[in-house]
Design a protein around this ligand. Structure first.
Ligand code: ADP
Length: 251
């Protein structure tokens, strides 16, 4: 569903992604861990086309993300292709970025109505179902300022899912939350893993959570995958010295 093939991203002389190869299979939950500055967030930003890449190709759902074929070779994609590819990807950020002047329900309905062209009735039904799924049905008419951080993040997850993305990206979605509400949000993500066969790529500092829910964990170091494996392999028996050092420092 997602493939990075020899992707390089530079800021000036700083190499942030270094000929990176990364794959996420359909229905797989992959977690990226690693030291600050190792390129974790950049992976998600390039998938959202918020950052461009200098070299390599990113494929989503079998098609190049920012390029298209002109019959013989890959050329930069036109706006139509970019819009189509962007609609395949949903993202939740550390800070929830809800629209402050809209209720929880209106936040979820906005994209389906204005981007996908659904009727208000269809968008409302879809949004209400998702708000139920994240346990926010009773708060659907509240504005974000009246909701706790955990509640806002659950609405943000419902809003992203309302676009029916093929891939969901989670960037440190629990980092800005008070400890006592982290469980609300991780609980929703666990539910997505166990009950919905969604493809997900997540960046987190919560090693316990990563271990519980990931199919595969990738340890990033200087813009490359230093080591990856199942949670038990990576956390239980890390082979590389850098992985061992990182894990012993964060535990
Ligand atoms: P991580 O998520 O692993 O902490 P990031 O992907 O956010 O790392 O960043 C990787 C590196 O890229 C860092 O060294 C960061 O300072 C640098 N970087 C990120 N965005 C920019 C930017 N807009 N301009 C210059 N350097 C940047």
């Amino acid at each position: 569903m997602v493939s990075f093939r020899k992707v390089t991203k530079r800021y000036g002389s700083l190499v942030v992604l270094d000929s990176l190869d990364l794959d996420v299979a359909e229905g797989e939950m992959v977690t990226i861990i690693g030291p600050s500055g190792s390129g974790k967030t950049t992976v998600l930003r390039t998938l959202m086309t918020l950052d461009s890449i200098n070299d390599g190709v990113i494929y989503v759902d079998g098609e190049p993300l920012t390029h298209m074929s002109d019959g013989t070779k890959l050329v930069p994609a036109n706006q139509r292709h970019l819009r189509k590819m962007r609609s395949k990807i949903g993202m939740c950020f550390q800070h929830f970025h809800l629209f402050p002047h809209m209720t929880a329900l209106e936040n979820c309905m906005e994209g389906p109505v204005n981007v996908l062209g659904l009727s208000k009735k269809e968008a409302r039904e879809r949004s209400e179902e998702l708000l139920r799924m994240v346990g926010m049905a009773d708060k659907r008419d509240q504005h974000p300022s009246r909701l706790s951080g955990g509640q806002q993040q659950r609405v943000a997850i419902a809003r992203a899912l309302a676009m029916r993305p093929k891939v969901m990206l989670f960037d440190e979605v629990t980092s800005a939350l008070d400890p006592e509400v982290i469980g609300e949000v991780t609980g929703v993500i666990k539910k997505l893993v166990s009950e919905h066969n969604l493809t997900m790529l997540m960046v987190t500092h919560q090693m316990g959570f990563a271990r519980q829910i990931s199919d595969r964990v990738s340890f990033f170091y200087k813009g490359r995958i230093e080591e990856q494996g199942t949670p038990d392999e990576l956390f239980g028996d890390p082979k590389k010295e850098r992985t061992q050092q990182f894990l012993s420092a964060v535990r």
